[in-house]
Design a protein around this ligand. Structure first.
Ligand SMILES: Nc1ccn([C@@H]2O[C@H](COP(=O)(O)OP(=O)(O)OP(=O)(O)O)[C@@H](O)[C@H]2O)c(=O)n1
Ligand SMILES: C[C@](O)(CO)[C@H](O)COP(=O)(O)O
Length: 228
């Protein structure tokens, strides 16, 4: 059984509102996507890394040189994150075994490390429903969903990170059968809809999703910690 990385990198970065998709913005002089890919290249557990970009992507060739060993770019991005991942999985039908494990990881989480990848793989083991990195909620949680502000119990609440790891066959089936793919914001929720319960493995704040401009500086601070 082998482990493969699948990195969705076909988003436009609307909330970042930069001059290019956020995954190509420089962090410490290197494109964000390259930091993300390097985490997998630095892990001895990963057999190969696949990166899904949009068909008309004009930036990836510079971020990931064609001769970069261990990485393949798939130009099959879709309109949503889930579509990009489903399209990527479909393209890999002959490259990945049905029971091999796929680690789906956002291009926009450049703070991932080989140690976190190994922690997820070791903790999930052969759990049939797979698992994901996540952080327990540490703040008091407020809700305005029903009108007046209320306070929710935070025990048992987690914030989902990536990688999210599942057997190839299970993840593709979950995404193919999802009743409303646009309502699914992470891979685990599609698996949960099959009645399965993925394992939550404690991640790390450094693995934040770079979403808005302020996140760029925070990501750089975490990346600098590597260099110490
Ligand atoms: N159609 C899409 C949308 C998103 N993604 C990827 O999914 C990850 C998480 O998505 P998000 O942070 O929401 O990125 P964007 O969709 O680019 O951001 P925004 O919602 O602000 O436009 C990113 O690595 C992004 O490139 C993707 O591959 N295909
Ligand atoms: C998958 C994810 O990173 C888990 O936290 C997140 O849901 C992706 O972000 P999006 O804004 O929902 O695309």
């Amino acid at each position: 059984m082998s482990y493969f990385a699948l990195i969705p990198a076909a988003g436009v970065g609307a909330r970042m509102a930069a001059g290019c998709p956020k995954q190509y913005l420089p962090l410490l002089g290197k494109p964000m996507l390259r930091h993300t890919v390097d985490a997998f290249l630095g892990s001895s557990r990963i057999a190969h890394t696949y990166v899904v970009v949009s068909a008309d992507d004009a930036y990836v060739a510079e971020a990931l040189p064609a001769d970069l060993a261990g990485v393949t770019v798939l130009r099959c991005g879709g309109a949503t994150r889930m579509e990009s991942i489903r399209n990527g999985l479909r393209q890999l039908a002959t490259a990945i075994g049905q029971d091999d494990l796929v680690l789906v990881h956002d291009a926009a989480r450049p703070g991932l490390t080989p140690a976190l990848i190994g922690k997820l793989i070791d903790a999930v083991g052969d759990h049939e429903a797979g698992g994901l990195l996540a952080l327990p909620v540490v703040d008091t949680v407020k809700s305005t969903r029903t009108g007046p502000v209320t306070t929710m119990a935070r025990d048992g609440l987690w914030l989902a990170q990536t990688p999210q790891m599942f057997p190839y066959r299970l993840l593709l089936r979950a995404l193919e059968e999802a009743p409303d793919p646009e309502a699914i914001t992470d891979d685990a929720s599609a698996v949960e809809m099959l009645g399965l319960s993925p394992l939550l493995v404690e991640g790390h704040p450094r693995n934040l999703k770079v979403t808005r401009p302020d996140d760029l500086r925070i990501a750089e601070l975490f990346l600098k910690m590597d260099e110490q």
